[in-house]
Design a protein around this ligand. Structure first.
Ligand SMILES: Cc1ncc(COP(=O)(O)O)c(C=O)c1O
Length: 445
């Protein structure tokens, strides 16, 4: 250790840090009392023969979750990211979160057991934030995805139907399919879910659950109009069905005030509400609230406990510390202002450089914008060409529970600074020209 310090002119701390990293990579091993030694080279692994699994797993086609997993894909250097679904590093409040985590792990008992419902302080915070619910209605889950999965699984049985907005979050479609549910799509327009079609859909499908994103829906950016909200709640009461409200973008409002959640005015427990911190704070702050009343709460609680017992205590404590600190309000103001600048940059760049893309709604929050492509363009092929041209965008197809009513793109403004957005749109325009040229080329014989 001493000679390494001298050789490289670095401090003992630096050498220790390097050795820790080499040890983590398995290249050296530390033996207390003896020293640090170069590790024995690992034997090359023999090629495993797993072909027997083909017979054991059977012939079901596996669920394609590639569009959900692409939310986490790291783009190659130089690619402008108009895809994804979380804030970029420039907007993540890393310093404040690290400070909260440091305080959290210093708490006595921080590594101890936690009730399945979660830490009381965090449950109370979510209850205050949501309004109209008590802390006893709240359980803490590992992000919104887990909450969605638990809610959908607990409130349905395989073979039943679930009503999903069309288009909707691709991860929710995958959950529904993975539990063997039939999907009954209800179309969206620029005022949200077409509630006028709901009664017929419920009668035809017998569904007992409707999933909705009333605020800044992913992918359309639409906010459900007040009369549709009221109509949805009337229908839920009339047909005795649950409404799962995925309020994933509640803290990403650009234009305030945002409408109150459905859960905040639901005395009789029709609404099962989901509110996640991952979108507004950091993808790695995997903490969300799943809220329900009555027997539904007990069902969800059992499913949650069977899934993973509880969310790690230090993470819950860090989340609670962060949202109860002044840093939270400062952070939300910053995010809201910056998302507004980015949205405007995207809308104006599209109007200037890609007027053939029809943008139905200028989102009042969230981080996605939905654009209709000219009819002859293949959205998946275009997304591939765009990536080759250095801009990542999301093809719309996977966001429809059934056949899409035309080709669309989802363009995300949450992951790229406003100064890069015009160049991203420029690259997309070039890719669209090429996609059109392909579409018009006569088929090769
Ligand atoms: C609409 C919607 N709901 C839920 C989720 C899951 O988010 P998380 O598990 O990170 O909270 C996502 C992620 O993209 C989403 O877009």
């Amino acid at each position: 250790m001493r000679s390494l310090q001298q050789q490289h002119g670095v401090s003992p701390l630096t050498v220790q840090a390097v050795v820790r990293e080499l040890s983590a990579e398995g290249l050296v091993t530390a033996r207390p009392g003896s020293g640090t030694f170069v590790a024995r080279a690992a034997q090359p692994a023999e090629l495993a023969d797993t072909s027997w699994q083909q017979a054991a797993l059977g012939g079901h086609s596996p669920l394609d979750v590639s569009s959900t997993l692409s939310l986490f894909a790291k783009p190659a250097a130089g690619v402008i990211r108009l895809a994804g679904g979380y804030l970029d590093d420039a907007l993540v409040p890393s310093a404040a979160l690290s400070a909260s985590m440091t305080r959290a792990v210093r708490r006595p008992g921080s590594w101890g057991r936690v009730p399945a419902e979660g830490r009381e302080s965090l449950r109370q915070w979510f209850a205050r934030e949501i309004g109209g619910v008590d802390a006893s209605n709240v359980m803490i889950t590992s992000g919104g995805q887990a909450a969605l999965s638990i809610a959908i699984r607990s409130l349905t049985r395989p073979g039943e139907s679930i009503v999903l907005e069309s288009p909707t979050y691709t991860g929710a479609i995958s959950i529904a399919r993975s539990y063997g549910l039939d999907v009954a799509p209800v179309p969206m327009d620029d005022r949200g879910m077409r509630t006028d079609l709901l009664p017929a859909i419920l009668e035809r499908s017998n569904a007992r659950v409707i999933l909705t994103q009333p605020l800044f829906a992913n992918p359309t950016g639409v906010t459900m109009a007040a009369e549709r909200r009221a109509e949805l709640m009337r229908i839920a009461e009339h047909y005795s069905v649950f409404v799962i409200e995925d309020d994933y973008a509640h803290d990403l409002a650009i234009e305030r005030p945002a409408p109150a959640s459905l859960a905040s005015a639901d005395p009789n427990g029709h609404v099962v509400h989901i509110r996640s911190l991952t979108k507004s704070a950091a993808a790695g702050l995997r903490v969300a609230a799943l809220v329900a009343k009555g027997a539904a709460y007990s069902r969800l609680r059992s499913a949650k406990a069977l899934e993973d017992f509880y969310v790690a205590g230090p993470l819950q404590d860090a989340a609670s510390d962060f949202v109860n600190s002044p840093a939270w309000a400062t952070h939300k103001r910053k995010v809201s202002a910056e998302l507004g600048v980015r949205r405007d940059a995207l809308v104006s760049s599209l109007a200037a450089k890609l007027p053939e893309l029809a943008v139905a709604v200028r989102p009042r929050g969230g981080m996605h914008l939905w654009a209709r492509l000219p009819d002859q363009v293949d959205d998946v092929a275009l997304a591939g060409l765009a990536l080759a041209d250095g801009v990542a965008v999301t093809a719309g197809r996977a966001w429809f529970p059934a056949e899409p009513d035309g080709p669309h793109l989802r363009l995300t403004f949450g992951e790229t600074s406003a100064d890069l957005i015009p160049e991203g749109v420029e690259r997309l325009a070039r890719a669209l020209d090429r996609a059109r040229a392909f579409a018009q080329a006569p088929p090769r014989v």
